[in-house]
Write a protein that binds this ligand. Structure first.
Ligand code: RIB
Ligand code: CA
Length: 310
């Protein structure tokens, strides 16, 4: 039986790969895609989601734009990593379907309400839309199976010393989601940094021999240059598709249950995910935290999805 999912994203190079994995793996049923400001402004992340779905032959999947800034404070995009368009690198010239006329939160609410089976929500950007859904439509919880999010870290961050971009961009939204009482799985940098787009990995996508295979390779080539320039890391971690892979095949990602708090007030640590792996604080262990990845089985999964899309 296929798992009904909604991807809430901020494409973004790795979000683009996550969308292809969700659209191309037969074990998922992609009900809809919602977009949020993060890696780039909302207009750009929305257009990028539309373009990736069009390239994947999945233009029938509804796309709705959501929040254009975090709940508190201002938006700081990641143009240094994803470029001015948010998907710099490949040629993505493709006609796109119109976005849904409704707000992302309304599209999520409707898709969840209408689904005959509980829906899995896979956020791969800041959690602004998801927090707004939980606050404005609490009844949606009744048909939400779980939330498997890419964000946070059990160790250091990438945007501040202890803050990961999705959480740092909107810490209040992350706090709402992690305190929601819903089953949440956090796939953080400590795991996603094991999925590195090396030249061999990129060659594997080029070898698929399709436009989509080349788009994936070109996305990763650009991403690699950005990571080398910004972090001195030669091979970029593809964060977001790991969250999707964890829904497709839970055996790919090892998790532990632990208390996770979002730092909201720290002068130097705002947006950090404080993971009590050793249960020393006595706080409830409410979050599934990813601590391991079978990376050798991950890449074939993504290549197979891209190949399926033709
Ligand atoms: O920190 C990595 C995360 O932030 C990824 O989701 C990337 O796309 C950016 O949104
Ligand atoms: Ca993202």
């Amino acid at each position: 039986m296929t798992v009904p999912v909604i991807i809430d994203c901020d494409p973004g190079h790795d979000d683009a790969l996550a969308l292809l994995l969700a659209a191309g793996d037969p074990r998922l049923r992609l009900l809809g895609v919602t977009t949020v400001a993060g890696n780039q402004t909302l207009d750009k992340t929305t257009r990028n989601a539309q373009r990736m779905l069009a390239l994947a032959g999945a233009s029938a999947v509804p796309v709705a734009a959501g929040c254009d800034r975090p709940l508190v404070g201002e938006l700081d995009v990641a143009a240094d990593i994803h470029g001015e368009s948010g998907l710099d690198g490949p040629d993505l010239d493709v006609p796109v379907a119109p976005v849904a006329g409704e707000h992302a939160v309304e599209l999520m609410r409707g898709l969840i309400a209408d689904s005959p089976e509980p829906v899995t929500l896979i956020p791969t950007g800041p959690l602004t839309n998801v927090a707004m859904l939980l606050r404005t439509h609490p009844a949606a919880r009744r048909n939400l199976r779980r939330i498997v999010l890419m964000g946070g870290s059990t160790a250091r961050g990438n945007t501040t010393p202890y803050g990961e971009f999705n959480i740092v961009t909107d810490p209040e939204a992350a706090d709402v989601v992690l305190r929601s009482g819903l089953p949440v799985t956090m796939v953080g940098l400590n795991v996603t940094h094991q999925a590195l787009a090396t030249p061999e990995v990129i060659a594997g996508f080029r070898a698929i021999g399709t436009r989509l295979g080349d788009v994936c390779a070109d996305l990763m080539v650009f991403f690699a240059g950005a990571y080398l320039r910004t972090f001195g890391i030669p091979h970029p971690p593809v964060h977001d598709p790991i969250a999707v892979a964890a829904v497709i095949d839970p055996s790919l990602v090892r998790t532990v249950t632990a208390p996770v708090a979002v730092e909201l007030a720290g002068a130097y640590t705002r947006g950090a995910t404080v993971v009590d792996l050793h249960h020393r604080t006595g706080r409830p262990a409410a979050t599934e935290v990813a601590v391991g990845l079978d990376v050798d089985r991950f890449w074939p999964l993504l290549r197979a999805a891209v190949t399926n899309l033709g």
